[in-house]
Design a protein around this ligand. Structure first.
Ligand code: HEC
Length: 106
């Protein structure tokens, strides 16, 4: 019985270690992507949407975009443009990072 518990404990320790390792990496990845998303948005989107993405001229407020759009919808707008907003202002992983970050802005 003791042996079984020990085996189980060691087994789950290894499992947790493996899992924990993966999780740490992906959490860090998400964090980096999120802050990168903000950095990229603050570089690439403010020229039209305003210094705090609060909206200016023809470009609407997007610092609350997460309350109106899903991450996928924001990514779609970035990729394909919308109305007079040109498509592809940022691309690939940058576009995904911006969409991910904006989707959390509500
Ligand atoms: C060249 C100016 C310009 C730039 C740069 C720009 N946008 Fe836009 N964006 C617009 C305009 C104009 C609209 C309004 C389009 C419409 O509905 O006709 C818009 C609309 C949007 C919308 C939809 C908002 C709504 O309420 O309908 C989102 C989301 C958005 N932009 C995100 C971004 C992001 C993210 C970036 C940076 C990667 C960005 N935009 C950069 C001009 C711009």
């Amino acid at each position: 019985m003791k042996k079984a518990i020990l085996t189980l404990a060691i087994g789950s320790a290894i499992f947790l270690a493996a899992c924990g390792g993966g999780k740490t990496t992906s959490t860090e990845g998400t964090k980096t992507a999120a802050s990168d998303g903000e950095t990229i948005a603050m570089k690439s989107c403010i020229s039209c949407h305003g210094g705090e993405l609060q909206g200016q001229n023809n470009a609407p407020q997007i610092n609350n975009a997460g309350s109106r759009f899903s991450e996928a919808e924001i990514l779609d707008i970035i990729k394909n443009g919308k109305g007079t907003m040109p498509p592809g202002i940022v691309k690939g992983a940058d576009a995904e990072a911006v969409a991910k970050w904006l989707a959390t802005q509500k």
